[in-house]
Design a protein around this ligand. Structure first.
Ligand code: NPW
Ligand code: K
Length: 489
């Protein structure tokens, strides 16, 4: 598991570590790691001039230097590049407030402090704001970003302008190709719109590992986690012990939801999928391995339910939802089930078994009364706490929150997954993980991860992606994630 730590937690860890080290050590570690990554990027740049200009020597580097230590890191890294022959121009973007010793070191190495740098550069270092920054950019930084054409933009620690702790981007911010982060990820690297401005993330170890709070603000699962959580069938398992999934989805009007959700369920680790609803004919025809009944009651015992996709919001649907909720099995509630809960919140009140809710933004609003804020992790956690459920809030980076406040950011997934029916596949797959005995938060986290990976496979080569394509790729994504995860373990 990877984590992301809040600015305050990073500062606490840094203070503890700094008390044991000579002054300036951490900043020099940060600058050395940053300069090494910049040198790697400059070696890779497309040669525009004579071949001898490849690499650091002769490269044009511009630093946007803010008033704090983030600017200090950038200036010290630029000093190292200047010593290796780069032409460095540093622009103080907050009046003349700039890290004084780092600026002096850069000038000693041959770099220049200027108000107007060249209009083109090979590499632009964004050292405007780091973990001490408030959202938004100073005007001078914005002006320079508008006029400079940069081969590569490298953000120092975080893309300046973002909200470091939430990943929100309420005002102007830097768009980076690469972000070189010191010590640990911050929430803005993995959450919200800021994660899209981060580009490729490179972590530089400055020795914080031992002193960081063991509980990160945001968790990020990796393939090793998913492989470790996954129930592997043993020789004594049969289709029942592997888990039975119940799918209450679809209707005569929306039979596709039944088929997609059942297909999602079949791709998971459970051994048996039962379908309950009025689209049985379609399910039987496309997925003959699914056992169909007309109602939830007739489906018999299952280890986990999925209820909601395409099953309508009328009284009959409400009755079926109530039937699912009286069952002692954990349940994933999606789509129409979320609309029904928004209208009749009391249906959840006597529920004791675990529930996972999977809203998109409009469904979230129906459940919470207002749309999710740009602090998507905070929004998911607030709903999870209020309804005492696990919440998977869909988005370009899906987040999962448990009712006890733990938050996970999903690292896979792409905008193409925002396609009709894709959520039905995800919900069915998640119900299968629940039926296999996986804990609800892990089931939500693992389902989002593998579903995102399946979307990636479906979109390979720039292909357009429909929900059936994602469903078709799920078994391959399961195989790839588990084999890589077990390899990593
Ligand atoms: N601590 C350590 O050991 C290590 C730290 N390291 C590095 O330090 C970085 C944190 O540095 P930092 O604390 O100096 O804060 P930083 O983000 O540079 O800026 C704060 C300044 O910006 C200003 N300001 C804020 N928002 C603004 C806005 N929107 N628009 C305009 N101005 C704004 C604010 O001024 P104010 O307005 O509050 O007077 C203040 O002066 C961290 O990200 C990492 O890179 C590494 O070297 C490893 C070791
Ligand atoms: K920065």
């Amino acid at each position: 598991m990877n984590g992301a730590w809040s600015a305050a937690a990073i500062r606490r860890a840094e203070a503890q570590l700094m008390s044991r080290l000579p002054p300036g050590t951490l900043m020099q570690r940060a600058a050395a790691g940053l300069a090494a990554e910049c040198a790697r990027l400059l070696r890779k740049r497309t040669p525009q001039g004579p071949k001898r200009n490849q690499g650091v020597y002769g490269a044009t580097v511009i630093v946007l230097a803010g008033p704090g230590d983030n600017g200090g890191d950038a200036l010290y890294a630029a000093e190292r590049l200047a010593r290796r022959g780069a032409r460095v121009f540093a622009v103080p973007v907050m009046g003349d407030r700039v890290h004084p010793t780092a600026a002096a070191a850069l000038v000693r190495a041959g770099g220049r402090l200027v108000a107007t740098p060249p209009a083109r550069c090979d590499l632009l270092l964004d050292g405007v704001l780091g973990i001490g920054g408030r959202p938004g950019l100073p005007g001078r930084a914005l002006d320079q970003l508008g006029r400079i054409e940069a081969g590569t933009v490298v953000a120092v620690d975080v893309p300046s302008g973002v909200d470091v702790d939430t990943g929100a981007v309420p005002a102007s911010a830097v768009t980076a190709d690469v972000t070189v982060a010191f010590g640990a990820r911050k929430p803005c690297h993995v959450l919200g719109r800021a994660s899209l401005l981060t580009g490729r993330l490179v972590l530089v170890d400055i020795g914080l590992g031992d002193v960081l709070d063991p509980n990160p603000a945001v968790r990020v699962a990796d393939e090793g986690d998913i492989a470790a959580w996954w129930h592997r069938p043993g020789p004594d398992d049969d289709k029942y012990t592997r888990g039975v999934v119940g799918v209450a989805a679809g209707s005569e009007r929306y039979p596709g939801a039944a088929v997609l959700a059942s297909t999602g369920a079949l791709a998971g680790p459970a051994g048996y999928v039962r379908y309950a609803g009025s689209a049985a004919e379609y399910v039987r025809r496309t997925r003959p391995e699914v056992v169909c009944t007309p109602t939830v009651k007739e489906a018999g015992r299952v280890q986990a339910w999925l209820a909601g996709p395409g099953f309508g919001t009328d009284e009959a649907a409400l009755a079926e939802l109530r039937e699912v909720l009286v069952s002692p099995a954990p349940a994933v509630l999606d789509a129409d089930a979320l609309t029904l809960i928004g209208e009749y919140p009391s249906v959840l009140s006597r529920r004791e078994a675990p529930v996972v809710l999977t809203p998109h933004d409009r469904e979230y609003e129906r459940l919470y009364g207002s749309p999710p804020s740009e602090d998507r992790a905070g929004a998911a956690a607030a709903l999870a706490k209020r309804l005492n459920c696990t919440v998977l809030l869909k988005g370009h980076h899906t987040v999962v929150a448990s009712s006890d406040g733990a938050v996970w950011a999903n690292p896979t997934g792409r905008p193409q997954l925002a396609t009709a029916g894709s959520g039905d596949v995800l919900a069915g797959f998640m119900a299968s993980l629940l039926a296999s005995g996986m804990d609800p938060v892990r089931a939500a986290v693992a389902a989002a991860y593998v579903h995102g990976a399946a979307g990636g496979l479906a979109a390979e080569g720039g292909r357009t992606v429909a929900a059936s394509d994602v469903a078709r790729e799920l078994p391959a994504a399961v195989g790839a994630v588990l084999s890589r995860g077990r390899g990593a373990a």
